[in-house]
Design a protein around this ligand. Structure first.
Ligand SMILES: Nc1ncnc2c1ncn2[C@@H]1O[C@H](COP(=O)(O)OP(=O)(O)OP(=O)(O)O)[C@@H](O)[C@H]1O
Ligand SMILES: [Mg+2]
Length: 219
């Protein structure tokens, strides 16, 4: 499975206020890859990850999923692609505070009408080491545990690609290392493709390849 960006540019705003957050980016993410994206704040990393994750469409250029262009697809079709292929970990975790860890991971599976959701959710929480905390609420979890819950939610439907925006950004170095080691083993054992945005040079070097983003361009 692969997602390809071909000469992708993204503009926010219109007229005089128009700002090109991404310019002429060509990039492919495939199953089994482990890529890090690094660059200064505001350089376009999250924008690139959102387009890669089919959360947003480019202003110019083309995005293809397994060779099929996504241009002109409806929101419903885009969410179908996300449901079937992509796990996304947001820069802010976006856990629902009034739900337990199990409910948080189960929710998107239920919304997608996935069968056996409860078992899949519990299995994903087990993978991230939260198998014993199914009934805990986010406020009862440490920052690292909340981050791992967000990763479990992204992994629950067995995506081919995991896209993670600063997944270790708010963690202490030891917890960050644990989360990273978990990703390395998922990459190696399940052939999960991983694209990770990070400010941390040590985290970036864990990946097989690193892409640098500066002023919306990659080098
Ligand atoms: N919805 C939006 N509307 C207008 N401008 C936006 C929007 N989203 C992002 N931008 C701008 O686009 C540029 C790239 O933003 P982006 O979030 O991709 O940066 P980033 O590299 O992820 O930064 P950080 O490391 O701080 O998360 C920034 O200048 C930002 O202000
Ligand atoms: Mg960002």
């Amino acid at each position: 499975m692969n997602i390809q960006l071909e000469r992708v540019s993204k503009a926010y705003g219109q007229g005089d206020a128009q700002f090109w957050a991404l310019r002429d980016v060509t990039f492919t993410a495939s199953s089994g890859d482990f890529v890090s994206i690094v660059g200064p704040s505001g350089s376009g990393k999250s924008t690139m990850l959102h387009i890669l994750g089919c959360l947003d469409q480019p202003t110019e250029g083309a995005v293809s999923v397994d060779g099929h262009p996504t241009t002109g697809l409806s929101d419903r079709q885009m969410s179908g692609i996300r449901r079937d292929h992509i796990g996304f970990v947001f820069q802010q975790y976006f856990l629902n505070q009034s739900m337990t860890t199990l409910q948080n991971v189960l929710l998107p599976l239920d919304l997608a009408g996935v069968k056996g959701g409860r078992e899949k959710a519990a299995a994903a929480l087990d993978v991230v080491g939260l198998g014993g905390r199914l009934r805990s609420y986010p406020t009862e979890l440490s920052g690292g545990e909340q981050q791992r819950c967000a990763i479990a939610r992204a992994l629950a439907n067995m995506p081919s690609l995991l896209l993670a925006d600063e997944p270790t950004g708010s963690l202490d170095s030891k917890t960050g290392k644990n989360v990273l080691e978990m990703m390395v083993s998922l990459n190696q054992e399940r052939d999960l493709g991983i694209v990770i945005v990070t400010h941390d040079e040590a985290v970036a070097q864990t990946a097989d390849t690193t892409v640098h983003v500066l002023d919306g361009r990659i080098s």
